[in-house]
Design a protein around this ligand. Structure first.
Ligand code: NI
Length: 164
């Protein structure tokens, strides 16, 4: 397993729309393993392939107390969104920044596992927020996009001072 480099905002590669996975092979298995390794090393509770410059629809999540864990989703799709919840979020691609974001409170996600088996899962709370956040990465979006222009500019200024 390899720890991959995480791209940081405002890197344009984070804006790439991921393509669907079509081959469930050893390469995909390595990608998933590397993503877990990279996420735990950071440390973080979720990671999208986009963040390590791989533009395939793959996300990994481990919210700690949630069961079952850890989770990986290939070609994830939100098939149900319910309610609204506000939670403070952070992102490994936007280090040191935490902002409150509104998202659906409970979700149903449909995806495949690394062997190509389709499954559906319901989630709420932190896990639901985390899955929505990671799926957005696959669309080339970041949680800071939802903030005001003023806040977004301030965040980019802060990140440029981190020199990473
Ligand atoms: Ni993120």
């Amino acid at each position: 397993m390899t720890i991959r480099e995480i791209l940081h905002h405002p890197d344009e590669r984070l804006r790439t729309k991921a393509e669907s996975v079509s081959k469930y092979d050893g390469k995909l298995e390595t990608l998933v393993a590397d993503m877990f390794e990279t996420m735990y090393a950071a440390p973080g509770i979720g990671l999208a392939a986009t963040q390590i410059d791989v533009h395939l629809k793959v996300i990994v999540v481990d919210c700690g107390k949630q069961d079952p864990r850890p989770l990986h989703f290939i070609n994830p799709e939100l098939v149900r969104l319910e309610g609204i919840e506000q939670m403070e979020e952070g992102c490994l691609s936007v280090p040191g920044i935490f902002e409150t974001v509104s998202r659906a409170e409970s979700i149903k996600v449909r995806a495949f596992d690394k062997c190509g088996i389709q499954f559906e899962m319901e989630a709420d709370g932190l896990l639901a927020v985390c899955i929505q956040h990671e799926i957005e990465h696959l669309e080339g979006k970041l949680f800071v996009d939802m903030l005001s222009n003023f806040k977004q500019k301030r965040i980019i200024k802060k990140l440029s001072k981190l020199n990473i």
